[in-house]
Design a protein around this ligand. Structure first.
Ligand SMILES: [Fe+2]
Length: 354
């Protein structure tokens, strides 16, 4: 399979992965041959990309850390919880723990840890996808840093609920496509304190979880909010969730900006290492995140073009590439594979669209 932007998808392409709406309704099944009407439907749901199967990408498989149907089920549960009227007062910690247990069971079962979170989603789907993705990412970082047992569950619970306070902030502010005024920005920032209050009122939610909601926008150099805490004044779990939160937000299309590519976000976050983000958290994270997701089309320094076909778990930034076009721009009949972890003269210099 390979990933193409929806505006480059054409009638006749075969869908590689089932596309579900947020409510779990199948919009298109894997194997369906696209028509113009189907493309228009996906556009109306605000999808921007799609995985397709074709001769170029035959046998390229995209391993999932958490099965797609589990992610969809969990997103629907979170949507239910987050849209119930009682969420403005408190949340049932036991229900959240069931969700964390489900995700954790899946992550721990997974035989490969290099992460490629489900990255095809509608813009409308953001709030609930974001909570679930931040939870999955935080758990993976936590496991890599040696967090275990109930502590890992606290981390997952706090990650899932880190933005719960946003239910108290008006949607006009949260979804505003232009710059916020000073007052609007101050109100948006209050989601941290609102979340802390909701979690303090909640059953089966402990202090470590409450602090994640309160401190996940604090930054190591004191430039964050609400208190401008520095370094170890910020609890470790909030430092972990901060990395997961920013990574997922920047790799997602939003109404007010286009997404960045995973490797660009990794570079950007490293440029803020020990200023905004904890270096040890970033190191654990970047070892387990796919810098170039499988199926991504890339340009190499040799001028050749290819598709990311497999990961090297030891070198997540140097995957195996299937070369499909030579340096003169001629499509190859016989594709060749180059393992970037062994061929150090090769470098990925850009992403392209076939
Ligand atoms: Fe937040």
């Amino acid at each position: 399979m390979r990933k193409v932007s929806l505006d480059r998808a054409r009638a006749g392409y075969r869908v590689a992965r089932t596309i579900l709406s947020l409510d779990g309704v199948v919009l298109l099944s894997a194997g369906t041959v696209l028509t113009d009407e189907m493309i228009a439907t996906l556009e109306s749901y605000n999808f921007t990309e799609i995985y397709i199967e074709d001769d170029l990408s035959r046998d390229i498989k995209n391993p999932e850390v958490v099965r797609e149907e589990i992610v969809t089920e969990v997103k629907a549960k979170i949507k239910n919880i987050m849209t119930s009227p009682s969420i403005r007062i408190s949340v049932d910690g036991k229900k959240i723990l069931e969700i964390v247990d489900k995700l954790l069971g899946n992550i721990l079962q997974s035989d490969q840890i290099v992460l490629n979170i489900s990255d095809i989603r509608s813009i409308d789907d953001y709030t609930f996808s974001h909570s679930v993705n931040v939870c999955i990412l935080s758990l993976i970082i936590g496991i890599a840093m040696g967090v275990k047992g109930d502590n890992l569950k606290d981390l997952g619970t706090g990650a899932l609920l880190h933005d719960v306070g946003k239910v108290m902030v008006s949607e006009d502010i949260l979804l505003k496509p232009s710059c916020l005024s000073k007052n609007e920005f101050e109100e948006a920032k209050r989601h941290t304190a609102y979340g802390y209050e909701i979690l303090r009122n909640s059953s089966s939610i402990n202090t470590a979880v409450q602090e994640i909601a309160l401190y996940h926008h604090e930054r190591l150099d004191g430039s964050g909010y609400p208190y401008g805490l520095k370094n170890s004044e910020i609890p470790l779990y909030a430092r972990i969730v901060a990395v997961a939160d920013v990574y997922d937000a920047l790799t997602t299309d939003r109404v007010y900006r286009k997404k960045m590519l995973p490797h660009e976000v990794v570079d950007y976050m490293y440029s803020l290492s020990n200023k905004h983000f904890d270096r040890s958290v970033l190191d654990a994270f970047t070892k387990h995140v796919a810098h170039f997701p499988i199926g991504t089309a890339v340009l190499l320094n040799t001028g050749e073009k290819g598709l990311v076909s497999r990961y090297n778990p030891q070198f997540p930034n140097r995957p195996v590439i299937r070369i499909v076009m030579d340096e003169a721009g001629k499509m190859l009949v016989n594709h060749k594979e180059v393992d970037l972890s062994k061929r150090l003269e090769y470098r990925i210099i850009d992403i392209w669209d076939i």
